[in-house]
Design a binder for this molecule. Structure first.
Ligand code: ZN
Length: 355
């Protein structure tokens, strides 16, 4: 997957055949109701029609560069209370200057508006579905399905690269990390690895063996990956906070990745020695009650370390959560509310060697 910068010298007819719809600048670019001429920034909405439930309008921004280049899609707020990632893309929208840009950037800063408005973590309150589990979406499903169908059609199908932004949700104390998901296609994997190293988060989870069925890709980044587009997932922020450090990590990572993709001038800042994690192991509660954590995000634990405990409402300990493996606490439950089967922590297991 390579953006042929020189290709723009070809005739327009040849270009259209060679590059399909993913041509960056030099012509206006429309997504939903947002249409930007070269050198312009435009705002609008992906209009999700009403169906078995209510319709919705998802804000979209098209930043069409003054010079030709690839199309990069940036999406946050699938989980509408992962606030740092949403505020990071608000910064990118404000600061990205189309006059300095080669190519086009498509930004969805807040996919799950009702989650944000109602402060409901993890799901779209309209239909109870996670907005990062039902790709590629369906034109005739519930609101989440219909929204994701439009995201696939309007963003994924039209971009060359994609970054999906997340973070710790309201109930998750999370340390920053990224996901890199190799596909087995060498050139695509080389580029996505360059993207994740350029983004600069210092812990990277290797995520192989993902769904390859085009009709059931589940996750946004995977939807782009199986369609041949290098993509990564980045996570920073935690438990409803909007700390400058977390937002800065995501904003600077975005600029650095765009430099690596030659969409902005300047050198990317590559992370040279990230901690590669071979998997993320989930620990869940076997009891409902009040959760008390005993470790913090980013702590290193060994197999058997007590992560926290759950009491009943009379103060009696009814469950002790221990680490099933050694590794780093990627996130730990940030609130006392605990149901049976809820997430207590995710532990990143350090890879024996870098990929
Ligand atoms: Zn998320």
């Amino acid at each position: 997957m390579k953006w042929p910068n020189a290709g723009i010298r070809l005739g327009a007819a040849v270009l259209a055949v060679a590059l399909g719809p993913a041509v960056g600048a030099q012509q206006s670019f429309r997504v939903g109701t947002a249409e930007a001429a070269p050198g312009q920034k435009a705002t609008g909405y992906l209009e999700v029609p009403a169906g078995v439930d209510a319709g919705t309008n998802i804000p979209v921004v098209v930043v069409n560069g003054a010079r030709p280049g690839p199309v990069l899609a940036l999406v946050s707020g699938a989980h509408g209370t992962e606030y740092s990632s949403i505020l990071a893309l608000e910064r990118v929208i404000a600061d990205l200057d189309p006059a300095q840009l080669s190519g086009t950037v498509l930004v969805l800063p807040l996919l799950n508006i009702v989650s944000f408005e109602q402060k409901v973590p993890h799901v779209n309150p309209v239909d109870g579905k996670s907005m990062n589990r039902f790709y590629p979406g369906k034109a005739d499903g519930t609101q989440t399905d219909r929204a994701l169908y439009l995201v696939t059609k309007e963003l994924v199908d039209r971009c060359n690269y994609l970054i999906d932004y997340h973070g710790g949700d309201l109930d998750e104390s999370l340390r920053p990390y990224a996901y890199w998901a190799p596909t087995g296609r060498a050139e695509q994997d080389r580029i996505s690895k360059e993207m994740v190293l350029a983004f600069g988060l210092d812990h990277i989870i290797i995520w192989p063996d993902r769904p390859t069925d085009l009709a059931a890709t589940r996750y946004l980044d995977n939807t782009a990956s199986v369609r041949g587009k290098p993509s990564i997932v980045v996570e920073a922020g935690h438990a409803g906070t909007t700390e400058t450090d977390d937002i800065e990590l995501l904003v600077r990572g975005t600029w650095s990745t765009m430099r690596k993709l030659k969409m902005l001038a300047g050198e990317p800042l590559l992370i040279e020695n990230p901690v590669w994690l071979e998997k993320s192991v989930e620990v869940t509660s076997e009891q409902a009650g009040i959760f008390y954590p005993l470790v913090k995000r980013s702590a290193y634990v060994e197999a058997g370390t007590k992560l926290g405990y759950v009491t009943d409402f009379f103060g009696k300990t009814i469950y002790v959560a221990r680490a099933p493996v050694g590794g780093i606490i990627l996130h730990i439950c940030a609130v006392p509310s605990m149901k049976k089967g809820d997430n207590i922590a995710n532990i990143g297991v350090v890879a024996a060697k870098a990929p």
